[in-house]
Design a protein around this ligand. Structure first.
Ligand code: SF4
Length: 380
């Protein structure tokens, strides 16, 4: 087996080939990583994300454009709110961190805000790590890292992540900050949106834990993150501490279940390429050469959802009916298999799924027979 450095270089080369010549890798964000972790069985998504393929461009080139993306208005509003929260050296943000997470510490006057600019994602990651190390050593002060860059190993390939901010407390512990533009009304926000923010933050917590593990002594990464939102219907920031322990544990477990990118890449036919510049037929062939596990949940989490839904329906796969239905059907993977088992033409009668289908089919036939030939009372 070649040494790790050579293997890493060969993998990087192979992933660049899959992306297409001269096409820059699209960085994975925490939202994409959280979605990837939510469907760990999907090799198609894993290799496309691992290779840095722009899935939105790929979906358009396949003729099934995604409906993802934030409106320009929401984007501008989000940026303006974040700038307001971080204005004046992050005074308001640090005040909220002190109030919601660390009241026992000294108030954050004269906090450090290190410059994190560097060349490329690797350079920015190294610069962030240095700033975190320095902040951990300078105990007793507050430090705000504005848009740090963190690397997280995902299925054997590094993913670069950029949280909105990380706060270093006077005791040397670290907190992830998520700034969102959805409102917090009377101290509470839309639970679905808070859940999505918590899943993203959990990814950052995992990445920070990898950095902390390299330091001696390892600083504590807090599992309560700071969620900052506009207060009621104003543009004033307010915040809430969100416990992400559960999301962190689930994401860590799911990421560990991902098949290694190297293994998926090795199983692809020679010459496979996902460049959106290729003709649609070649792209379809390339995409279909990687197994996928489509589920209706993909519609809100993956840019390729319309393409995968069409392929899944064309193949009669039961996964397109949803994960709960799929789980009930055991080894029956296509609608055709399910119907044949229900009609008694195939399937093991001792299989609980087959037995339940036959019973359901019998009940249905009975109900239809009763409806088709109702008992008519004779005329008096
Ligand atoms: S839409 Fe397709 S590629 Fe994306 S996660 Fe679902 S099955 Fe995988």
């Amino acid at each position: 087996m070649p040494p790790p450095r050579r293997r890493e270089k060969a993998l990087r080369h192979r992933l660049a080939e899959l992306r297409g010549p001269e096409i820059p890798a699209k960085a994975l964000d925490a939202r994409a990583l959280a979605a990837l972790a939510a469907n760990p069985g999907c090799r198609r998504r894993a290799i496309l994300d691992g290779a840095g393929v722009n899935k939105a461009a790929l979906a358009s080139a396949l003729g099934s454009p995604s409906v993802f993306g934030q409106s320009q208005f929401a984007f501008v509003r989000g940026n303006a709110f974040e700038a307001k929260v971080k204005a004046d050296g992050g005074t308001e943000l640090l005040r909220l961190a002190h109030e919601k997470l660390d009241r026992a510490a000294e108030p954050p006057a004269g906090a450090q805000v290190p410059d994190l600019t560097a060349q490329g994602p690797q350079g920015r990651t190294a610069r962030t790590e240095l700033a975190l190390r320095e902040a951990a050593e300078a105990s007793g002060t507050w430090t705000l890292l504005d848009h740090p860059m963190l690397a997280l190993d995902v299925a054997g390939s590094p993913a670069f992540l950029e949280p909105d901010a990380v706060v270093v407390h006077p005791d040397g512990s670290w907190t992830v900050v998520e700034i969102k533009s959805f409102p917090m009304l009377d101290g509470a926000a839309d639970p679905a949106k808070v859940g999505a923010a918590a899943r993203q933050a959990a990814v950052y917590v995992l990445a920070l834990e990898q950095v902390a593990a390299r330091l001696d002594p390892a600083p504590r990464v807090r599992h309560r993150i700071l969620l900052v939102c506009p207060k009621d219907f104003s543009n004033l920031p307010t915040a809430s501490a969100v416990d992400v322990r559960r999301q962190r544990a689930v994401t860590a477990r799911q990421l560990a279940r991902l098949t290694r990118i190297e293994e998926i890449a090795d199983a692809l036919p020679e010459g496979t390429c996902f460049s959106p510049e290729l003709p649609a037929e070649r792209l379809t062939e390339a995409v279909e050469s990687v197994p996928a596990t489509y589920a209706p949940e993909c519609l809100s989490a993956c840019e390729l959802a319309f393409h995968c839904r069409d392929s899944s329906r064309a193949a009669g796969a039961v996964t397109s009916l949803g994960r709960p239905v799929r789980a009930e059907l055991g080894g029956l993977t296509t609608v055709e298999d399910v119907l044949a088992a229900a009609r008694g033409e195939s399937g093991d009668p001792d299989d609980p799924a087959v037995a339940a289908l036959r019973r359901a089919a019998a009940l249905r036939a009975e109900a239809l027979a009763t409806t088709a030939a109702p008992e008519v009372a004779p005329c008096p």
